[in-house]
Design a protein around this ligand. Structure first.
Ligand code: HPA
Length: 274
């Protein structure tokens, strides 16, 4: 694991091209509690991570860990059933390995989702927030190390990490369904601890709306390669809260599950509109 050269990506891509002949144009990565979206896909091929050369392998027992190829809204897509988190002990370069492979397979648009805690007082549990920007200073930048020039430039621009045209389309879709969708800034932290009260306060002060343990490294890798990224958070807990309240993983999963149908509708219709 760890440092990867172009050759290792190409080996994975060559293997996957043999498994599935069509070229996916959209890649999908699903957040905690949001994995059922996979069922929206007309599955044509599933490939276990452990069979793909150089792919990181999930260490968590019972975790889904395969790529799904198939059709969604008439488009050819590839989705990750099971994503890699930095807090699990993967290096940042392993977390983004699948994203790079997706691009080399032909994926141009990347859709990401996650569960997140909010520090914005106008948010409530179960809200969906379209991410329009992020702060990545608290997790290692996955591009640290020798640049792979074939994938992208040494110093990538990050002025539009989440594409405005995709955000506008998603907002229009939300409007037609009367979904009250929020928009804002995601800050990534390593986890696996949830934040202390002081940390939630700090997150609010620095200009973020929600906080989570994923997405940003994947978004950076995708931008490096010139992919169009769209991402949504489901607000699963209120970070800044005055009375005593302990956040649990169970409540995060429950809130995510409840919001999932809305998120699924937005993803489905967005893919149709791409
Ligand atoms: N903090 C960090 N990650 C999270 C949270 C949170 O409050 N909720 C869900 N993922």
């Amino acid at each position: 694991m760890g440092k990867k050269a172009l050759k290792q990506f190409n080996e994975a891509v060559k293997f996957l091209k043999k498994q599935y002949k069509e070229t996916p144009s959209v890649g999908i990565v699903l957040g905690s509690g949001l994995g059922n979206f996979i069922e929206e896909i007309e599955v044509e091929k599933e490939v276990a991570y452990e069979d793909i050369p150089n792919f990181p392998v999930s260490t968590v027992e019972g975790h889904k860990s395969y790529l799904v190829f198939g059709k969604l809204s008439g488009k050819t897509v590839v989705a990750m059933a099971g994503r890699f988190h930095y807090y699990e002990g993967y290096e940042a370069q392993d977390v983004i390995f699948p994203i790079r492979v997706m691009k080399l397979l032909g994926v141009q648009t990347l859709l990401l989702s996650n569960a997140a805690g909010t520090v914005n007082p106008s948010h409530k549990v179960g809200d969906i927030m379209i991410i329009n920007d992020h702060i990545s200073f608290f997790t290692p930048n996955p591009l640290i190390g020798k640049n792979i020039a074939e994938l992208g430039t040494r110093f990538p621009d990050m002025s539009e990490p989440y594409k405005k045209h995709l955000i506008e389309k998603a907002k229009a879709i939300a409007l037609t369904h009367n979904y009250d969708v929020k928009e804002g800034v995601y800050v990534a932290v390593t986890g696996p601890t949830f934040e202390t009260r002081a940390e939630y306060h700090f997150i609010k002060v620095i200009g973020a709306d929600v906080v989570g343990m994923s997405t940003v490294q994947e978004c950076i890798a995708a931008n490096h390669m010139g992919m169009d990224v769209f991402a949504m958070s489901v607000v699963t807990d209120i970070g800044i809260i005055e009375h005593d309240h302990a956040i649990t993983h169970e409540e995060v999963l429950e809130a995510a599950k409840n919001a999932e149908p809305k998120l699924a509708t937005i993803f489905r219709e967005l893919v149709a509109a791409i």
